[in-house]
Design a binder for this molecule. Structure first.
Ligand code: ADP
Length: 236
């Protein structure tokens, strides 16, 4: 966590005018990549993600196959032009980590046992990064999987929380992310409130973590509603 003398909250308002519990403008669309079996576009403010799903399809080489279920592979990538200083292309440690936690966040929603010996491949590309890219990618993946017609227990809703200027907030933008006292991305299944991703970086009390989880479960309802609208709009 970097330090800044700049105030991130002035008169109760954040840098972009939001109140602590406000989410940025959300845009969601499915079926945006015709070549894929399922796809989605998700934008939270300036943070923009595309997700494409291929599968279930036969997994080659065969020795990677699971006899009783599909395997899920997730590939998170940030485009070189997604940040103002060019990001070095290709997978780095951060992308490997985010790909792994994305897979773990999504897996509990899927009935993988229905598709033995196959793979479901989820590609997430961040086109523009302004904080909270992993949760934006998970929302895009959720919609792309549903768009692909893959049977799911529920959609996966993801949102970031954190602490800046001693105040709990949700949906961190890039600057808030860089200078936050704490940063907590969360994903969950809205029907059961099962949490499938919970990471934490920074300094925060146990009570503040609990409050952040509660805030995100509540505000996540708005994200869930947007996801359902995007899926319905596909069939208008
Ligand atoms: P998340 O994007 O899920 O919040 P991080 O906390 O690792 O994950 O990243 C925070 C933010 O830092 C990103 O959303 C992005 O705006 C910025 N960032 C990450 N990697 C780079 C990079 N290589 N160059 C410039 N900015 C980056």
């Amino acid at each position: 966590m970097m330090k800044t003398d700049e105030k991130l909250i002035i008169n109760g308002k954040r840098l972009d005018g939001r109140k602590p519990m406000d989410i940025r403008e959300i845009e969601m669309k499915v079926g945006v990549i015709p070549n894929a079996n399922g796809s989605a576009y998700v934008r939270f403010g300036k943070t923009t993600a595309f997700a494409a799903v291929y599968g279930p399809r036969e997994l080659i080489p065969k020795h990677l196959q699971e006899p009783d279920k599909a395997i899920l592979r997730c590939y998170y990538n940030m485009a070189p032009f997604s940040v103002s200083d060019r990001k070095r292309p290709g997978p780095d440690r951060r992308a490997v980590e985010i790909s792994k936690v994305t897979k773990l966040a999504i897996e509990p929603a899927l009935f993988l046992e229905e598709f033995p010996e196959t793979t479901i491949d989820v590609y997430i590309d961040i086109i523009q990064a302004d904080g909270s890219t992993r949760v934006t990618g998970i929302n895009a993946a959720s919609l792309a999987l549903a768009d692909a017609g893959i049977p799911m227990r529920d959609l996966i809703v993801a949102l970031s929380g954190g602490k800046i200027d001693d105040t709990l907030i949700i949906d961190l933008c890039g600057k808030e992310d860089n200078y936050s006292e704490a940063d907590i991305p969360i994903a969950f299944l809205p029907n059961t409130k099962e949490i499938t991703l919970l990471q934490m970086d920074g300094r925060i009390t146990p009570q503040e973590v609990k409050d952040t989880i509660r805030n995100i479960l509540k505000a996540g309802e708005q994200v869930y509603k947007k996801q359902k609208e995007a899926l319905k709009n596909r069939y208008k």
